[in-house]
Write a protein that binds this ligand. Structure first.
Ligand code: DC
Length: 220
């Protein structure tokens, strides 16, 4: 392994990025950074403070007064562990449109770049290989069919004892795919030099093994 390595994993909602990125980070001894959690923390703060993200002055004041960080896998909003509060459909519904607002992206991009200066990281999101770390050591673009992503998300929620309707989840995934890839500012896009992996018919372990093979081949 190189001294300090940055691995970027981008892709649409529900492609398994966070599960895969977490495992890969463990294998290479890096920190895992979930940038989706950062956009979700901003959404939570927008709701809590009643800030309209279309009001530039109010938005900037809110952003200037907020910090997002991670500690041992937990998402911290101004020091408070909000991990348990940000995985709801309500937060997803605010995070997707608000993540298209430039002031929010500038703020989080700067925080993410600072995290990459400290140590080796595996970072997942929508614009990591294209904007946050265009010079990342390794870039992957992880996809899966919308049907398969909806099936996995439904199973995951049911396993946690939550109610989940496959059709509602599928419709939500398709809508978020559209919003995330059609927004005007820094949309979800595969970096030209990213390795694309379609995980529709792959197990979690085989996706991680595929990524490891690329990393080891180049580090040898
Ligand atoms: O990966 P996720 O579902 O937790 O992401 C939540 C929202 O944040 C999603 O709608 C897209 C947005 N996002 C983004 O625009 N850029 C990132 N790097 C990560 C997430």
């Amino acid at each position: 392994m190189r001294i300090k390595t940055i691995v970027a994993i981008d892709g649409p909602a529900g492609a398994g990025k966070s599960t895969i990125a977490k495992l890969l980070a463990k294998r290479i001894g890096a920190d895992y950074i979930d940038t989706g959690a950062m956009y979700r923390a901003v959404a939570l703060q927008l709701i809590r403070t009643g800030t309209d993200y279309n009001d530039p002055g109010a938005l900037q004041a809110m952003l200037d007064a907020m910090d997002v960080d991670f500690s041992e896998g937990h998402t911290l909003l101004n020091g408070e562990d909000v991990s348990g509060l940000i995985r709801t459909p309500e937060i997803s519904a605010v995070a997707s449109p608000s993540s298209g607002v430039p002031a929010i992206r500038y703020k989080l991009t700067a925080l993410q770049q600072a995290m990459g200066k400290r140590k080796s990281i595996v970072m997942d999101g929508r614009d990591i290989g294209t904007v946050v770390f265009p010079d990342a050591d390794f870039k992957f673009y992880l996809t899966a069919s919308a049907d398969e992503r909806a099936r996995r998300r439904t199973e995951e929620m049911r396993a946690k004892g939550e109610e989940a309707d496959l059709e509602t989840i599928r419709a939500d995934i398709i809508q978020r795919d559209y919003q995330d890839s059609h927004r005007e500012f820094r949309p979800l896009r595969k970096a030209d030099d990213a390795v694309e992996i379609d995980s529709t018919n792959m197990s979690i372990d085989s996706v991680v093994d595929t990524m490891m093979a690329f990393i080891e081949a180049r580090d040898r």
